[in-house]
Design a protein. Structure first.
Length: 77
C-alpha cells in the first residue's frame, strides 16, 4: 500500500502506539524541559516513519521528538 499521495496523520499513528512519556525539569531558571519517550512500533509503521524522516532530512528519533513536543506543548497548562 503506497502512502505517497496520502496525508499521514502522525499524531493518530503515534497515539495508537504503546508509549510511555516521562517528564523531568531541571533548574527552574531553565525554561527548556526534557521529554523521554519509549515507543514500541511495528515494522510497517517503522518503515513509514523512516520514509517520512528521510523526506524531512531528519532521523526517526528527531521526528518523534518533534511530534511529542507538539503534543506536550498543546496540552501544557
Amino acid at each position: 500500500m503506497s502512502t505517497q499521495n496520502k496525508k499521514i496523520n502522525w499524531g493518530a499513528q503515534i497515539a495508537a502506539l504503546r508509549k510511555s512519556v516521562g517528564r523531568s525539569t531541571n533548574h527552574p531558571a531553565q525554561k527548556e524541559r526534557r521529554v523521554t519517550v519509549q515507543v514500541r512500533i511495528s515494522k510497517h509503521i517503522h518503515a513509514e516513519l523512516k520514509t517520512a524522516a528521510a523526506r524531512c532530512g531528519k532521523t526517526i528519533s528527531k521526528l518523534l521528538d518533534e511530534i511529542v513536543q507538539e503534543n506536550v506543548d498543546k496540552y501544557q497548562d
